[in-house]
Structures are given as structure tokens and as C-alpha cells.
Design a protein around this ligand. Structure first.
Ligand SMILES: *Cc1c(COP(=O)(O)O)cnc(C)c1O
Length: 230
């Protein structure tokens, strides 16, 4: 974790640059990806109007949630790899889980959420078919969606994905994701499927015209993370 640099905090300048890119897309949500960023810097970000924060590591997130419990209207999204023994804590401490990629995880999240309002979930898709990345294969999305829709404590809201790094591959992946998203909306017309979470610091400007409804930005807002926390 880094220390706060309240004297010359670069966040306002970075945030303005991001907002400039987002200006033609007023419906798009900005999710601040805050892994490796200390709670006091999230508090500053909140002061600049950010409300949605994305975390990858459960314990780190729980510590920050405790430190920031006084901030009203803050919305926590879990975007990291999900280990089965962490599903209970994830289900009970986040409003959104964006990295659901298998049935077992969906079923465990559902059970752990009993007694609370439904959990908003996204299916993570491995659009580019890269072995190193998590996510369901594109052709497995619809069957996983069917499982999620039948679980009363989960509310399927759409898809999340990382894409391949080369710009032309990224564009192809974004287009594939947008097509899967539309197919999902057609297959489940009575569900509130409204969220296509795609675009990170390096590629969000490309994701916007291809249909992103939520960009997930870490570096563009908070600067580079230290090695251990990436
Ligand atoms: C870390 C992370 C991001 C943010 O990446 P940046 O390049 O720092 O913007 C977005 N999505 C997921 C799933 C991540 O793990």
C-alpha cells in the first residue's frame, strides 16, 4: 500500500482527463479499480464524486470497507478471481460480483446471500480465449446465465471481460462481447440485463464506441500499482 500524498494528489487531474473521454457517453458508469490503493486515497476519490469501487482481493477489500464504513452510497464491486472458500464473504460484503465464471460459484454465492437483497452479478467472459485469464468461454455464457437466472438471490445484470492487448484483437473481442451481450438480452427479455463491463485504462476509449456501459479504471485514476499488488 502506498501512503497518501494529500499535498499534490494527482487524482483530480487524472479524473478530469477520464471524464473528458467519457463525456460523449453519459450513461457509462465509471468503476474505480482500487486494488493496491490505500483507504485514505479512496476517501479522497469519494470526495471527488466517485461511488463505485472495484476490488480484486477479499481481505484487502474488507479492510478498506471497514475503514470507509462512514461513506454513504459507496458501492463495492468484486472483480477478482473467486476461490470457492471465499464465496460466502464475497456474497455478503459486496453489492456486485463481476467475476462469476462457473456454476459452482454462482450456486455458492446464491446460498450465502440468503436473507439479503439479491446480489447483482456479471458473468466474466474469456472473449479472446486466452489460457492465462479467468472467465467462461463465450459458448458457455448462455448455459451459465440460465443457471444464474434460476437462483433467487442472484440478479443477472450482464457481462464483464478483459480483452487481448493488441488494439485490433481488443476491438474484435469488444465486438464479440457486445454481440454476446445483445444475445443475452434477447434470450432473457424479462431480466434487467443492462451492464456490459469492458474497458480498462489502456483500452477504455476503444471499448466505449463498441458498446461498453461500464469502464473499470485503476491506473488511469490512481497511477501505477506496486509490483506485489497488480
Ligand atoms: C486491475 C483490473 C482492472 C484495472 O486495470 P487498469 O489497467 O489499472 O485500469 C480492471 N479490471 C480487472 C478485472 C482488473 O483486475
Amino acid at each position: 500500500m502506498e501512503s497518501a500524498q494529500a499535498v499534490s494528489d494527482p487524482l483530480p487531474t487524472r479524473l478530469r482527463a477520464v471524464q473528458e473521454v467519457l463525456r460523449p457517453y453519459p450513461e457509462v458508469r465509471l468503476l474505480a479499480v482500487s486494488k493496491g490503493v490505500a483507504a485514505n486515497r479512496l476517501r479522497l476519490a469519494y470526495g471527488h464524486g466517485l461511488r463505485h469501487f472495484g476490488e480484486n482481493y477479499l481481505q484487502e477489500a474488507l479492510d478498506k470497507q471497514e475503514a470507509l464504513a462512514d461513506l454513504e452510497g459507496i458501492v463495492w464491486h468484486f472483480i477478482g478471481r473467486i476461490q470457492r472458500n471465499k464465496t460466502r464473504a464475497i456474497a455478503r460484503n459486496f453489492q456486485w460480483v463481476e467475476s462469476v465464471d462457473r456454476e459452482l460459484v454462482a450456486e455458492r454465492l446464491n446460498l450465502a446471500r440468503v436473507g439479503m437483497p439479491p446480489l447483482d452479478v456479471l458473468i466474466e467472459v474469456n472473449a479472446g480465449g486466452e489460457d492465462s485469464k479467468g472467465g467462461a468461454a463465450p459458448d458457455a455464457v448462455e448455459s451459465l446465465a440460465r443457471v444464474i437466472v434460476a437462483l433467487p438471490q442472484l440478479r443477472l445484470r450482464g457481462l464483464m471481460a478483459l480483452v487481448r492487448p493488441r488494439p485490433e484483437e481488443a476491438d474484435a473481442d469488444f465486438a464479440t462481447l457486445a454481440a454476446s451481450f445483445r444475445a443475452l438480452q434477447r434470450a432473457f427479455p424479462d431480466q434487467a440485463i443492462d451492464t456490459l463491463s469492458m474497458g480498462t485504462s489502456t483500452d477504455y476509449a476503444r471499448a466505449l464506441p463498441l458498446g461498453s456501459t461500464q469502464v473499470r479504471l485503476g491506473t488511469a485514476l490512481f497511477g501505477h500499482r506496486s509490483q506485489e499488488t497488480t
